[in-house]
Write a protein that binds this ligand. Structure first.
Ligand code: HQG
Length: 176
Protein backbone atom coordinates (compact mmCIF):
# COMPACT_ATOMS: atom_id res chain seq x y z
CA UNK A 1 0.00 0.00 0.00
CA UNK A 2 1.50 3.35 -1.01
CA UNK A 3 1.76 6.32 1.32
CA UNK A 4 -0.50 8.18 -1.08
CA UNK A 5 -3.33 5.70 -0.79
CA UNK A 6 -2.93 5.65 2.99
CA UNK A 7 -3.05 9.44 2.98
CA UNK A 8 -6.26 9.41 0.93
CA UNK A 9 -7.79 6.99 3.41
CA UNK A 10 -6.75 9.33 6.26
CA UNK A 11 -8.52 12.20 4.47
CA UNK A 12 -11.69 10.16 4.23
CA UNK A 13 -11.56 9.37 7.95
CA UNK A 14 -10.43 12.75 9.27
CA UNK A 15 -12.69 14.86 7.03
CA UNK A 16 -15.75 12.81 6.30
CA UNK A 17 -16.32 9.40 7.85
CA UNK A 18 -14.40 8.63 11.07
CA UNK A 19 -17.08 6.05 11.89
CA UNK A 20 -15.80 3.69 9.18
CA UNK A 21 -13.01 2.74 11.58
CA UNK A 22 -15.17 3.19 14.66
CA UNK A 23 -13.66 6.45 15.94
CA UNK A 24 -15.04 9.93 16.57
CA UNK A 25 -13.54 13.40 16.19
CA UNK A 26 -13.85 15.99 18.93
CA UNK A 27 -15.45 19.38 18.30
CA UNK A 28 -12.15 20.73 16.94
CA UNK A 29 -11.73 17.84 14.52
CA UNK A 30 -9.09 15.97 16.52
CA UNK A 31 -8.79 12.19 16.47
CA UNK A 32 -6.83 10.18 19.03
CA UNK A 33 -3.64 9.05 17.27
CA UNK A 34 -3.65 5.63 19.01
CA UNK A 35 -7.24 4.93 17.96
CA UNK A 36 -6.57 6.15 14.42
CA UNK A 37 -3.51 3.92 13.98
CA UNK A 38 -5.35 0.91 15.43
CA UNK A 39 -8.35 1.46 13.14
CA UNK A 40 -6.45 2.27 9.95
CA UNK A 41 -3.88 -0.49 10.33
CA UNK A 42 -6.60 -3.11 9.99
CA UNK A 43 -6.52 -2.39 6.24
CA UNK A 44 -3.50 -0.13 5.58
CA UNK A 45 0.02 -0.52 6.92
CA UNK A 46 0.26 2.30 9.44
CA UNK A 47 2.65 2.85 12.31
CA UNK A 48 3.43 6.04 14.21
CA UNK A 49 6.57 6.41 12.09
CA UNK A 50 4.59 6.16 8.84
CA UNK A 51 1.94 8.57 10.15
CA UNK A 52 4.65 11.06 11.08
CA UNK A 53 6.13 10.72 7.61
CA UNK A 54 2.75 11.34 5.96
CA UNK A 55 2.11 14.44 8.09
CA UNK A 56 5.61 15.74 7.37
CA UNK A 57 5.74 14.99 3.63
CA UNK A 58 2.16 15.39 2.43
CA UNK A 59 2.35 17.66 -0.60
CA UNK A 60 -0.59 19.79 0.53
CA UNK A 61 0.23 19.59 4.26
CA UNK A 62 -3.26 18.22 4.85
CA UNK A 63 -2.78 17.10 8.48
CA UNK A 64 -1.54 18.45 11.81
CA UNK A 65 -0.60 16.84 15.09
CA UNK A 66 -1.14 18.54 18.41
CA UNK A 67 1.97 19.40 20.39
CA UNK A 68 2.60 16.00 21.98
CA UNK A 69 1.39 14.05 18.93
CA UNK A 70 -1.42 12.32 20.77
CA UNK A 71 -4.02 13.96 18.49
CA UNK A 72 -4.24 14.50 14.73
CA UNK A 73 -6.65 16.37 12.48
CA UNK A 74 -7.16 17.42 8.87
CA UNK A 75 -6.41 21.10 8.33
CA UNK A 76 -9.37 21.69 5.99
CA UNK A 77 -11.77 19.94 3.65
CA UNK A 78 -14.27 18.58 6.18
CA UNK A 79 -17.85 17.68 5.45
CA UNK A 80 -18.60 16.93 9.11
CA UNK A 81 -19.21 19.96 11.31
CA UNK A 82 -16.01 20.56 13.26
CA UNK A 83 -14.33 23.82 14.22
CA UNK A 84 -10.65 23.59 13.28
CA UNK A 85 -10.07 27.11 14.66
CA UNK A 86 -9.54 28.70 11.27
CA UNK A 87 -7.86 32.06 11.11
CA UNK A 88 -10.13 34.80 9.73
CA UNK A 89 -8.05 37.00 7.45
CA UNK A 90 -8.29 39.70 4.83
CA UNK A 91 -7.98 37.97 1.46
CA UNK A 92 -5.92 39.13 -1.51
CA UNK A 93 -7.75 41.04 -4.25
CA UNK A 94 -8.21 37.85 -6.30
CA UNK A 95 -8.50 34.17 -5.45
CA UNK A 96 -9.12 31.23 -7.80
CA UNK A 97 -11.49 28.29 -7.92
CA UNK A 98 -11.08 25.36 -10.28
CA UNK A 99 -14.02 23.23 -11.25
CA UNK A 100 -15.26 20.95 -14.03
CA UNK A 101 -16.80 22.34 -17.21
CA UNK A 102 -20.03 20.45 -16.45
CA UNK A 103 -20.69 22.57 -13.33
CA UNK A 104 -20.29 25.99 -14.93
CA UNK A 105 -23.90 26.54 -16.02
CA UNK A 106 -25.06 25.96 -12.45
CA UNK A 107 -22.21 28.01 -10.92
CA UNK A 108 -22.86 30.94 -13.28
CA UNK A 109 -26.41 30.98 -12.00
CA UNK A 110 -26.02 30.13 -8.30
CA UNK A 111 -22.45 31.18 -7.59
CA UNK A 112 -20.09 28.85 -5.74
CA UNK A 113 -21.77 26.78 -3.06
CA UNK A 114 -19.99 24.69 -0.47
CA UNK A 115 -21.78 21.54 -1.66
CA UNK A 116 -20.93 18.70 0.75
CA UNK A 117 -18.07 20.51 2.50
CA UNK A 118 -18.22 23.18 5.24
CA UNK A 119 -16.71 25.85 2.96
CA UNK A 120 -16.04 26.74 -0.66
CA UNK A 121 -12.34 26.03 -1.26
CA UNK A 122 -10.29 28.71 -3.03
CA UNK A 123 -6.63 28.89 -4.04
CA UNK A 124 -4.21 31.79 -4.02
CA UNK A 125 -2.85 30.81 -7.43
CA UNK A 126 -4.23 29.86 -10.81
CA UNK A 127 -2.18 26.65 -11.26
CA UNK A 128 -3.41 25.08 -8.02
CA UNK A 129 -6.99 25.92 -8.96
CA UNK A 130 -6.50 24.34 -12.37
CA UNK A 131 -5.30 21.11 -10.74
CA UNK A 132 -8.35 21.09 -8.46
CA UNK A 133 -10.54 21.58 -11.54
CA UNK A 134 -8.91 18.64 -13.29
CA UNK A 135 -10.21 16.36 -10.54
CA UNK A 136 -13.69 17.05 -11.89
CA UNK A 137 -13.11 16.71 -15.64
CA UNK A 138 -12.30 19.40 -18.17
CA UNK A 139 -11.00 22.18 -15.89
CA UNK A 140 -12.42 25.68 -15.77
CA UNK A 141 -10.86 28.27 -13.46
CA UNK A 142 -12.93 31.09 -11.98
CA UNK A 143 -11.40 34.26 -10.67
CA UNK A 144 -13.06 35.29 -7.41
CA UNK A 145 -13.11 39.00 -6.63
CA UNK A 146 -12.31 38.32 -3.01
CA UNK A 147 -11.12 41.85 -2.23
CA UNK A 148 -14.50 43.21 -3.22
CA UNK A 149 -16.31 40.47 -1.30
CA UNK A 150 -14.31 41.31 1.80
CA UNK A 151 -15.09 45.00 1.42
CA UNK A 152 -18.76 43.98 1.16
CA UNK A 153 -18.57 42.14 4.49
CA UNK A 154 -17.91 38.51 3.51
CA UNK A 155 -15.58 36.58 5.80
CA UNK A 156 -12.56 34.64 4.59
CA UNK A 157 -10.46 32.09 6.40
CA UNK A 158 -7.05 30.63 5.66
CA UNK A 159 -6.30 27.13 6.86
CA UNK A 160 -2.87 26.44 8.33
CA UNK A 161 -1.93 24.78 5.04
CA UNK A 162 -2.79 27.89 3.03
CA UNK A 163 -6.18 27.01 1.56
CA UNK A 164 -8.66 29.90 1.39
CA UNK A 165 -12.19 29.23 2.58
CA UNK A 166 -15.46 31.12 2.54
CA UNK A 167 -19.08 30.10 3.02
CA UNK A 168 -20.30 30.93 -0.50
CA UNK A 169 -19.38 33.12 -3.46
CA UNK A 170 -22.32 34.87 -5.16
CA UNK A 171 -22.11 34.80 -8.96
CA UNK A 172 -21.58 38.56 -9.19
CA UNK A 173 -18.07 38.16 -7.74
CA UNK A 174 -17.01 35.53 -10.30
CA UNK A 175 -15.16 35.88 -13.59
CA UNK A 176 -14.18 33.01 -15.86
C1 HQG B 1 -18.73 22.55 -7.50
C2 HQG B 1 -9.11 19.03 -2.63
C3 HQG B 1 -22.69 23.14 -9.25
C4 HQG B 1 -17.35 23.01 -7.17
C5 HQG B 1 -8.89 20.26 -3.47
C6 HQG B 1 -16.62 21.68 -7.11
C7 HQG B 1 -9.59 21.36 -2.72
C8 HQG B 1 -20.93 23.62 -7.88
C9 HQG B 1 -17.68 20.73 -6.60
C10 HQG B 1 -10.60 20.65 -1.87
C11 HQG B 1 -21.58 24.78 -7.41
C12 HQG B 1 -17.47 20.33 -5.16
C13 HQG B 1 -11.98 20.97 -2.29
C14 HQG B 1 -22.85 25.07 -7.94
C15 HQG B 1 -19.68 24.66 -6.44
N1 HQG B 1 -23.37 24.24 -8.86
N2 HQG B 1 -21.48 22.81 -8.80
N3 HQG B 1 -23.55 26.16 -7.57
N4 HQG B 1 -20.79 25.40 -6.51
N5 HQG B 1 -19.75 23.59 -7.25
O1 HQG B 1 -14.50 18.24 -4.03
O2 HQG B 1 -13.32 22.72 -4.40
O3 HQG B 1 -6.65 17.09 -2.39
O4 HQG B 1 -16.30 19.33 -2.62
O5 HQG B 1 -16.85 23.85 -8.19
O6 HQG B 1 -7.54 20.51 -3.68
O7 HQG B 1 -13.24 20.62 -5.85
O8 HQG B 1 -8.70 16.59 -1.09
O9 HQG B 1 -14.65 20.76 -3.75
O10 HQG B 1 -16.19 21.31 -8.40
O11 HQG B 1 -8.78 22.14 -1.94
O12 HQG B 1 -6.82 17.82 -0.03
O13 HQG B 1 -18.92 21.42 -6.69
O14 HQG B 1 -10.34 19.24 -2.03
O15 HQG B 1 -8.13 18.92 -1.68
O16 HQG B 1 -16.34 19.49 -5.11
O17 HQG B 1 -12.18 20.62 -3.66
P1 HQG B 1 -15.45 19.36 -3.82
P2 HQG B 1 -13.34 21.23 -4.52
P3 HQG B 1 -7.56 17.52 -1.29
Amino acid sequence: MSLKSTSKYLSLILRHEPEIIGITLDEHGWAEVDELIAGVSRTHALTMEVLEQIVREDEKQRYSFNEDKTLIRANQGHSIPVDVELEEVKPPELLYHGTGQQFTASIDEQGLLRMSRLYVHLSADYDTAKKVGQRHGKPVVYRVRSGRMYADGFQFYRSVNGVWLTKAVPARYLEK
